[in-house]
Design a binder for this molecule. Structure first.
Ligand code: NAD
Length: 500
């Protein structure tokens, strides 16, 4: 049993009122930890510490800030197996996934922003009138609020660019999965980060999260989570004009064209779609939850996909043969089950899955866990609620289409606009789709392939702003135009990073 603590001003401590949150392994429903149920008082202390640490951190040479992030990456890498195990028991995800995706990506995030901040070129424009430069001045205290589905992956995706750009951080990880952020905080202390530069406050969203968002000394908020929460954060931040980046929910379409199902191509397409729909038990914001299939390919593609999904192994996250672990909680399982019931009552037909995994077929260790069978449903209108609202579980629908325009209209026909994937062997056709899909990312014959330099984010109810590469670094800094008159055109400052 672990006792998670806040990191405030370089010291580990419980919530000021002593309240705790019990933390469970969703695969066994056994308690694994307690975490502080922090209050506004704890948030005040963390923001105060971050504000005090800010001037010195901002004024460090950018190379020094980069060096701290690299050291932190080294320590996470050193302990990567421990991180992967903890991430798996905290979330219920397969250990193999935590090992291959979550932890390597967290390390990559730290290393990437350590490099990226050194590589950004100083922006300067010469004209006959003189020289105009852009300096990027760090904003101050950054609030980094992250969800439970990819805990360390998404927490580092926020705190690393914030710190690299010269902000200090108050992090608020999900109360459902506090463990890896707590371990990261321990490694940050070991890496020698000056006190107050990285603070981590654990607790419930409506209490400590809301207090952080409303805090007058917080300069900017980067949030990943649900659309409703994002809306309430945007409202709370509006009166003080805090800068806000929101990465929210999705109802992502995968468009399967007939040529991606012809001949041998079918196997790769089936495999790709199964991965896109069910990785992390469907609890990735980019998961394909609506699979649009060209009608002429339906009979060839759908039975193969159903057969592949039937073969997915749901079970003990610790077993190397497990494809899907447990959902994040028993409560979330009830929500997913209710969504499937609602789909059936709307006329949906379950092709595979559709219910909780029978505990009798599960290994004894995980019999009480929150396991839901990967589920495919068809016969629902594109406008049905089940095709409009995010389920965030291992449930995807299948929808036929006849023309590309129809596929585009269906894909764009929700309030979300996070990402889409196009499975098509004709490049010009795939590119036409990419140009017409109203979302932040379009993957072609692939899914979740990421180049960290490329911006990622959503439109409409899927969010505001972009993360990745220079977009992330720019979010945490105010661009200041510095314009020199003609006599000052020769200056050694023309070289170096724009993030002073
Ligand atoms: P959530 O919105 O419930 O919680 C996310 C975080 O916000 C948690 O740390 C929570 O404590 C905090 N929070 C909750 N209420 C708050 C408030 N009023 N003020 C401040 N903070 C508050 O989301 P979740 O259930 O943890 O995550 C699942 C959701 O996240 C899904 O909708 C998923 O699509 C979305 N998500 C989006 C992306 C993306 O990149 N677009 C990535 C992962 C997850």
């Amino acid at each position: 049993m672990r006792v998670v603590q806040n990191l405030i001003d370089g010291a580990f401590q419980g919530a000021s009122g002593g309240a705790i949150i019990n933390v469970f392994d969703p695969a066994t429903l056994g308690q694994i930890a307690t975490a502080p149920d922090s209050t506004a008082h704890d948030v005040d202390a963390a923001v105060e510490a971050a504000a005090n640490a800010f001037p010195a951190w901002r004024d460090l040479p950018v190379k020094a800030r980069s060096g701290f992030l690299d050291r932190l990456a080294d320590l996470v890498e050193r302990d990567s197996e421990e991180f992967a195990r903890v991430e798996s028991i905290d979330t219920g995800k397969p250990l193999s996934l935590a090992r291959s995706l979550d932890i390597p990506r967290a390390i990559a995030n730290l290393r990437f922003f350590a490099r990226e901040v050194l590589d950004t070129e100083l922006e300067a424009y010469e004209t006959a009138q003189g020289r105009a430069m852009v300096r990027r001045r760090p904003l101050g205290v950054a609030a980094c609020i992250s969800p439970w589905n990819l805990p360390l992956y998404l927490f580092t995706w926020k705190m690393a660019p914030a710190l690299a750009a010269g902000c200090t951080v108050v992090g608020k990880p999900s109360e459902v999965t506090p463990l890896s952020a707590w371990m990261l905080a321990q490694r940050a202390v070991e890496a020698g980060f000056p006190r107050g530069v990285l603070n981590v406050v654990h607790g419930r969203g409506p209490l400590s999260g809301a207090a952080l968002v409303a805090h007058p000394r917080v300069a900017c908020i980067t949030f990943t989570g649900g659309t409703m929460t994002g809306e309430s954060i945007a409202r709370a931040a509006a009166p003080s004009f805090k800068r806000v980046a929101l990465e929210l929910g999705g109802k992502n379409a995968a468009i399967v064209c007939a040529d991606a199902v012809a001949g041998d191509a079918v196997d790769a397409t089936v495999e790709g779609i199964a991965r896109a729909a069910f990785t992390n038990q469907g609890q990735v914001c980019h998961c394909a939850s609506r699979i649009l299939v060209e009608r002429s390919a339906w009979d060839r593609f759908v039975p193969r996909l159903v057969a592949r999904v039937r073969r997915l192994q749901v079970g003990d996250p610790m077993e190397s043969t497990t494809d899907l672990g447990s959902l994040i909680s028993a409560q979330h399982l009830l929500k997913v089950a209710a969504a499937v019931e609602a789909a059936i009552s709307e006329g949906g037909r379950v092709l595979v899955g559709g219910s909780r995994v029978d505990s009798a077929v599960l290994p004894e260790r995980v019999r009480g866990g929150a396991f839901f069978a990967p589920t495919l449903i068809d016969s629902l209108a594109p406008t049905a609620r089940s095709n409009q609202e995010e389920i965030f579980g291992p449930v995807a629908t299948l929808i036929p289409f006849d023309t590309d325009d129809e596929a585009i209209a269906i894909a764009n026909g929700t309030r979300y606009g996070l990402s889409a994937s196009v499975w098509c062997r004709t490049d010009t056709r795939a590119q036409r789709f990419a140009g017409a899909l109203d979302c932040g990312t379009v993957w072609i014959n692939s899914w979740m392939v990421r180049d960290l330099r490329v911006p990622i984010g959503g439109v409409r109810a899927s969010g505001l702003g972009r993360e990745g590469g220079t977009e992330s670094l720019r979010f945490f800094a105010e661009p200041v135009a510095v314009v020199h008159g003609p006599r000052e055109v020769t200056s050694p400052q023309l070289q170096g990073s724009t993030h002073a």
